[in-house]
Design a protein around this ligand. Structure first.
Ligand code: ADP
Length: 255
């Protein structure tokens, strides 16, 4: 049987006195495409930021490739379980943010090349070729020497995707990547993600408000509500056939 690459076991997260995740259990399998939906403030972003190791849990286990990322020290504080493992898995996980986070002083080709060279120590020539291939794949082959400020929001987001893909991650995390875009630019970005989802075998976790898109690409949909996974199942089960009143109420906003 295939083993999950990521396991969340009873994961809790508090900011100060406020508990925003209240016991998350989740397995992510290789190549699985998971969409996370739910009301604003329900904890969706926190779930994926934890996998990117940008936040540590307050309690519970996050296990990647069979190893726990965090352990509790004798004062009850979560600390890195194994620094080397954490460094390795950071290289295996790519994230695309709502606000692109491109480096403004670098061309888009340089944006793509910097992490493989400086984080992974790869050879420049090979990284350059792969970066150009990836930028062509996202439809920006004619813009490689432009700077981010010369691009539209949709183009910037496509650069952010190419930049993440050049690292050849095992898991890609997408945090509401179309939310900051003008409506007419959303389609071109979803099209690129759809292409990746259909053709690449990396696992993907997508926080999204695009329900038709989730129906099209996700193997599994999680509905998060007030810090718990209130419903999960196939995209069709959750988005089209859920009888949970909270899910129905949430989805009615999109109709
Ligand atoms: P969602 O992505 O579903 O909108 P988030 O995971 O961003 O939800 O946030 C869940 C809750 O945690 C929100 O109430 C938010 O204000 C709070 N929160 C998130 N990050 C922090 C932080 N760094 N410090 C304090 N509160 C935070």
């Amino acid at each position: 049987m295939t083993k999950p690459i990521v396991e969340y076991k009873d994961v809790h997260k508090s900011f100060g006195d406020v508990e925003v995740l209240k016991g998350i259990d989740l397995d992510i399998f290789p190549a699985e495409k998971i969409a996370v939906i739910g009301p604003s403030g329900s904890g969706k972003t926190t779930i994926i930021r934890m996998l990117m190791t940008l936040e540590e849990p307050t309690d519970g286990d996050i296990i990647v490739d069979g190893k726990n990322l965090w352990k509790m020290d004798k004062h009850g504080k979560m600390v890195e379980a194994d620094e080397k493992h954490l460094r390795e898995i950071r290289g295996d996980i790519g994230m695309v943010f709502q606000h692109f986070n491109l480096f403004p002083h670098m061309t888009i080709l340089e944006n793509c090349m910097t992490a493989p060279i400086h984080v992974k120590g790869e050879k420049k020539k090979e990284v350059k070729k792969r970066s150009i291939d990836m930028l062509e794949r996202v439809g920006l082959g004619d813009k490689i020497n432009n700077y981010p400020s010369q691009l539209s929001g949709g183009q910037k987001q496509r650069v952010a995707m190419a930049r993440a893909l050049v690292m050849r991650p095992k898991i890609m995390l997408f945090d509401e990547v179309t939310s900051a875009l003008d409506p007419e630019l959303v389609g071109e970005v979803l099209e690129v993600i759809r292409d990746i989802a259909k053709n690449d075998d990396m696992a993907m976790v997508l926080v999204t408000h695009e329900m038709d898109f989730a129906l099209d690409v996700a193997d599994k949909v999680l509905f998060l509500d007030d810090g718990v996974i209130a419903e999960q199942g196939s995209a069709s089960d959750v988005i089209e056939h859920s009888e949970n009143p909270r899910v129905q109420e949430f989805l009615s906003r999109f109709r």
